[in-house]
Design a protein around this ligand. Structure first.
Ligand code: MF3
Ligand code: CO
Length: 258
């Protein structure tokens, strides 16, 4: 069952996702060698609460933190704790808010200081794959148009597109229909309609697409332990094209002033 949102509901979803973007910027400003993922989680949790929202991930299906923080070979759902960030790491931060009855959900992968040129390319390609997918979020297209745009761009660099985790509808609940895979065929899948809101979230591996689920019950890592990147937008489908509700400019401006 896909819920279509009114303009008013989309504006509340935008408010949530702008707050998520600001919280990601706040975490990004604080990412430096020596800080722990647990400290970054606390910064995210405080920022979300100080701005009148509730961290949507905390307690979700038993998840024990307000942020997912996944370093290098960790793909997604890394549980923050004592892991220390190092120069050269790539750090995926995924955050959610709950405010005014709706959810915000977006993610960004940060480079810590000087990273390898291979890692830099992985980040740029994953972000560009997301942009190309989002550009397909237009009424009359199908989910498969988004999926194929993400997959073909990422695979053209020889990267692995994770299959086990996918994007989703977003609204009063964090995970609504439809499913939004990062792989698939143009012209297939559910028809996109004005007022649908979806999260597109490519998880792209430098090496194999295969992943392993760690025994902590949450962390997903690459099978070959090569790095992985994750960027996520919330997007409203409009007749005249995609309306991206997440704002990476907020994050990138904060990093430029770091
Ligand atoms: N952003 C993630 C997703 O879209 C949600 C994190 S899982 C949680 O599925 F349990 F931490 F909430
Ligand atoms: Co999501």
């Amino acid at each position: 069952m896909i819920y279509l949102k009114t303009d008013e509901e989309i504006e509340i979803l935008r408010e949530n996702n702008i707050l998520v973007s600001r919280a990601l910027a706040e975490v990004g400003k604080n990412i430096r060698p020596g800080i722990t993922t647990g400290e970054l989680n606390r910064i995210a949790d405080e920022f979300i609460r100080d701005n009148g929202a509730v961290p949507a991930f905390l307690g979700y299906q038993g998840y024990p933190a307000s942020a997912c923080i996944s370093v290098n070979e960790q793909v997604v759902h890394g549980i923050p704790g004592s892991r220390v960030i190092c120069e050269g790491d790539i750090v995926s931060v995924d955050l959610g808010t709950y405010m005014k009855g709706f959810v915000g959900d977006s993610a960004y992968t940060f480079a810590v200081g000087e990273v390898s040129k291979e890692a830099r390319q992985l980040l740029e390609v994953t972000k560009e794959a997301l942009r190309r997918g989002a550009a397909q979020a237009k009424a009359g297209n199908r989910i498969g148009d988004i999926s194929a745009a993400v997959q073909s761009y990422a695979e053209s660099f020889g990267y692995g597109v994770v299959r086990e985790l996918i994007g989703h509808g977003l609204g009063r609940k964090m995970h609504e229909d439809p499913e939004v895979p990062n792989y698939g065929a143009r012209g297939r899948g559910p028809l996109l309609k004005e007022g649908m809101v979806i999260c597109i979230e490519p998880m792209i591996n430098m090496g194999t697409k295969a992943v392993v689920f760690e025994k902590d019950g949450w962390t997903v890592r690459t099978k070959d332990r090569k790095p992985s990147a994750h960027f996520e937008y919330a997007v409203a489908v409009r007749r005249d094209g995609a309306d991206v509700l997440t704002d990476f400019n907020i994050i990138e401006q904060a990093l430029n002033n770091k």
